[in-house]
Design a binder for this molecule. Structure first.
Ligand SMILES: Nc1ncnc2c1ncn2[C@@H]1O[C@H](COP(=O)(O)OP(=O)(O)OP(=O)(O)O)[C@@H](O)[C@H]1O
Length: 246
């Protein structure tokens, strides 16, 4: 479980988070929506200790990480996987080396080691890919690269996955495939999943809970049917505009 209480964060005079209370549960998918600059990325960074709040607390598995030492935070960060926008793969490495990277980096292990290669095949299969270990990223489509990035994100068996705009830049068919994979990974691996997204079709498909950030606060928290009935004008404007765009 991840819990934030009364989270506040400003940069100079720019008050970005102004009292956020949220709880995220294992095995559930929560999406965070909100207009550009509303603080979605700033919020995610507090969960992995990359930003410290001005006020409020952050708990990961009941452990208060707000003022934790960096060495201890490193251990907690190992439970997380953070899939950035673009999911950048290393162009000069083949797919085997890319996917194995989090496991071999900083160790004497080799992607060709039997166990590692088998694990790479297993996670590639989870995202619907096979026999691409010796291809380079440049030989793959955008959607396949995204899937490889997903495979790399789960190779260390994280307890929490944070996705930042996982379907941005993909066509509707590939977006739907990525949504299916996010759902399947969440279900099969019982991962706590938080997704930042502008893509309302995707938000509706994958979310157990949708949260909307506006003016530094959570102005909505609930399900698809609840958000569609929500009377708040900021929520309404946002979902109507985004549904037209996506
Ligand atoms: N390191 C930083 N220093 C100063 N200001 C920052 C920093 N990081 C973010 N901000 C500010 O915080 C605000 C929220 O930014 P954030 O990136 O969280 O928005 P977002 O909702 O993720 O936007 P987008 O959808 O465009 O990615 C912005 O005004 C941004 O300029």
């Amino acid at each position: 479980m991840i819990k934030v209480e009364n989270l506040h964060k400003s940069f100079g005079k720019n008050k970005v988070l102004n009292g956020i209370d949220l709880t995220f549960e294992k095995g559930k998918i929560t999406t965070i929506i909100g207009q550009s600059g509303s603080g979605k990325s700033v919020f995610l960074k507090h969960l992995v200790g990359l930003f410290k709040p001005d006020m409020g607390r952050v708990y990961v598995d009941n452990q208060d990480i707000t003022d934790i030492e960096e060495e201890k935070m490193k251990k907690i960060r190992e439970k997380f996987s953070y899939l950035f926008q673009g999911g950048a793969l290393f162009d000069s490495l083949n797919i085997l080396e890319n996917v194995a990277f989090p496991v071999v980096w900083g160790t004497k292990k080799n992607p060709e080691d039997y166990d590692i290669k088998e694990k790479v095949k297993e996670v590639l299969a989870r995202v619907g890919l096979k026999n691409i270990e010796y291809k380079k990223p440049s030989e793959l489509s955008g959607g396949m690269k995204k899937r490889v990035a997903l495979a790399r994100a789960i190779i260390k068996e994280p307890e929490y996955i944070l996705y930042d705009e996982p379907t941005t830049g993909l066509d509707p068919v590939m977006s739907a495939t990525i949504d299916d994979i996010i759902l399947k990974l969440n279900r099969d691996l019982n991962i706590l999943t938080i997704v930042v997204s502008h893509d309302m079709q995707s938000v509706y498909k994958i979310s157990d809970t949708i949260c909307m950030l506006y003016g530094g606060k959570i102005v909505f928290e609930g399900t698809e049917s609840q958000i569609k009935k929500c009377k708040d004008k900021h929520v309404n404007n946002f979902i109507n505009r985004m549904s037209i765009n996506s």
